[in-house]
Design a protein around this ligand. Structure first.
Ligand code: SIN
Length: 311
């Protein structure tokens, strides 16, 4: 019997597939659809303290090999998502969900996390250190000193399960430096990767999104090799207590299989979910199960992290 069941931070999930923050997670209606799909859980849209309208439209475009977006963190504010999750905990006490958040400053991030700490929220919190789309605000996790300081301050008061959403890194030295920082903290997971920041898509002599003169985060098939490299690099470097969530370029069951092979315990679907809807979870799960059955694997632990290297 093939199972795609998984665990993160000791919480069990019936399926290792879920949405990536930013897709199908802005409103309660969208989150309910993911909850009722074949996905094992969901993550909410990254919340700031106050609701935000985000960047001017058009700000998301599906393109043949993926997507480009410069959403600019539109969201309904932390209370909207936290209140929903607190209600959900009463209705579905046996399921665990992810809350994504980040402040527009370190102070705001601490305000958000203190609110979560002081609430009854029992799920997993994902601190987004990688949004490339807020004008004037660089991706936090590219600044190692800042990342170290924020995490150090956070773990002075935050005792609930916490993970971080990372941007892609592109240099072995940066994998080493980032992992050395993350290993200092009781993180439950790292999520690799957010979109590849600030790409440019050109069509008919024009950019395709309005904000930032067309520069935006790239997702979809374009980014799978980069995503797999980040999943595997951190799988090799992080303490085994820090699990990996793999995100980027998951179009098929084979893509999900590769993320798990590289070390992911959970796999997120972003661009494909946007293009295909929540039915993509069932399709990708079935494709993954067929592939596992063909290879004689019954659980994802049978092959997770067991990527072969050439000697
Ligand atoms: C956005 O809202 O701009 C996307 C969020 C992200 O990439 O973290």
């Amino acid at each position: 019997m093939v199972s795609t069941q998984t665990q993160i931070a000791g919480f069990s999930f019936d399926n290792c597939l879920m949405n990536a923050a930013g897709v199908a997670c802005m409103t309660i209606e969208e989150l309910e659809k993911v909850k009722q799909s074949a996905a094992g859980t969901f993550v909410t849209k990254t919340a700031t303290l106050q609701a935000r309208a985000g960047n001017p439209e058009p700000r998301y475009q599906d393109v043949p090999l993926g997507s480009i977006n410069s959403m600019g963190l539109p969201n309904h504010g932390l209370d909207y998502y936290l209140d929903y999750l607190l209600d959900l905990q009463k209705i579905e006490p046996d399921r665990t969900f992810f809350l994504s958040l980040v402040g527009l400053s370190p102070e705001e991030t601490h305000t958000l996390l203190k609110k979560v700490q002081d609430s009854d929220f029992k799920g997993l919190t994902e601190l987004n250190l990688s949004c490339p789309n807020v004008p004037g605000k660089p991706q936090i996790a590219y600044d190692f000193e800042m990342t170290d300081k924020i995490l150090s301050d956070v773990f002075d008061y935050f005792t609930k399960p916490l993970g971080i959403k990372l941007p892609p890194y592109f240099d072995i030295v940066h994998f080493d430096q980032a992992a050395a920082i993350f290993n200092k903290f009781p993180l439950c997971f790292v999520n690799c990767v957010n979109s590849i920041g600030n790409g440019l898509y050109v069509e008919d002599e024009s950019v395709v999104i309005r904000p930032k003169n067309g520069f935006g985060g790239i997702g979809g098939a374009y980014i799978k090799p980069t995503a797999l490299a980040n999943v595997h690099a951190f799988y090799q470097r992080l303490n085994p207590t820090i699990q990996i969530i793999g995100t980027g370029g998951v179009l098929t069951g084979r893509d999900a299989f590769e993320h798990i092979l590289c070390g992911a315990s959970m796999v997120q679907v972003g661009t494909t979910l946007h293009k295909e809807g929540v039915g993509s979870f069932e399709r990708i799960t079935e494709e993954l199960k067929v592939m596992m059955a063909e290879k004689g694997y019954e659980s994802i632990e049978d092959f997770r992290g067991k990527l072969n290297h050439l000697n």
